[in-house]
Design a binder for this molecule. Structure first.
Ligand code: SF4
Length: 282
């Protein structure tokens, strides 16, 4: 641990599993650097980062008073992994209310600038099935809900075919639906790796809170982001993967199926595999 922390602060950081590096001989003007508030239950830690020379200055300003669960402030695209990791630690301690508030006011990547609203996710908070897609499109951005419009209708039909729904129902029937990104990329372009890195802690926390028995990952981007792979969906389908200890079945995005209806049969095979996994899980 670095010079400049009290013993108590060092102990607290160690307890949190956080290693903070402070480069020597660097003074940072407050106004010149981006600020990230990392909030952990019972601990308020303010990190100041700057990218001059590619270094980060990080220090704990306040440790002791509980801090309510919010809100990562703007983060430069050059913010290094250590700062992202600190922020992830804060998100990983949030409950549903804190997580929802953090997402709705998040400005951790530039996608915040053009969104109409964030799209957090919908469904049963203890759903057995969790569906994960890519990012909000135009309609989702307007309505604040994932998978709306024609793709959403197709998804609803697919869910109905296996006895599931996104509407209110018991946890074994109602799914939870979330996207990898909570804000719409302009012109529905592919998400950038930096945007995924900033947004990923929210999705991982959603998975941890829902604790689903199965994740259905939908579409190339969601699948590859979730499984950390560049393999195409065609090679990932038909097998059971795992994320955070949860079995993951891979399938096509409903929007893709609207353009490629012949692949609906494959999508049905994927749903059948998912049902098998659920049956095995009891
Ligand atoms: S996409 Fe995610 S990380 Fe970026 S501003 Fe929206 S909520 Fe924050």
């Amino acid at each position: 641990m670095s010079v400049g922390y009290t013993e108590r602060q060092q102990a607290m950081l160690q307890e949190m599993g956080i290693r903070v590096w402070v480069p020597p001989r660097v003074e940072v003007a407050e106004a010149a650097v981006p600020v990230v508030d990392v909030v952990v239950e019972g601990v308020g830690a303010r990190v100041r980062g700057h990218d001059e020379r590619g270094d980060v200055v990080a220090r704990v300003v306040e440790v002791s008073a509980p801090v309510s669960g919010t809100v990562p402030e703007p983060v430069s695209e050059l913010v290094p992994a250590s700062v992202v990791a600190l922020r992830s630690t804060g998100v990983a301690a949030m409950d549903w209310d804190a997580l929802r508030a953090a997402v709705s006011s998040c400005r951790a990547c530039t996608l915040c600038e053009r969104r109409k609203q964030t799209v957090f996710g919908v469904g049963h908070p203890q759903a057995q099935w969790m569906l994960i897609g890519e990012a909000p499109g135009e309609q989702e951005d307007l309505q604040g809900e994932p998978f709306v419009g024609k793709a959403g209708q197709l998804l609803d039909n697919m869910l109905r075919a296996v006895g599931l729904t996104r509407s209110e129902a018991p946890a074994h029937e109602q799914v939870y639906i979330a996207n990898v990104l909570k804000c719409r990329p302009p012109q529905n372009r592919n998400p950038e790796p930096q945007e995924v890195a900033q947004c990923e802690p929210y999705l991982l926390r959603q998975i941890a809170l829902v604790q689903p028995k199965l994740i259905l990952a939908m579409g190339r981007f969601a699948v590859q982001s979730l499984l950390k792979t560049a393999e195409p969906i065609g090679r990932l389908r038909g097998r059971v993967h795992e994320v955070q200890g949860v079995p993951v079945v891979v399938t096509y995005h409903p929007a893709y199926l609207l353009r490629n209806p012949l692949d609906k049969a494959r999508s049905w095979e994927d749903l059948c595999l998912a049902r098998e996994v659920m049956a095995r899980a009891g």
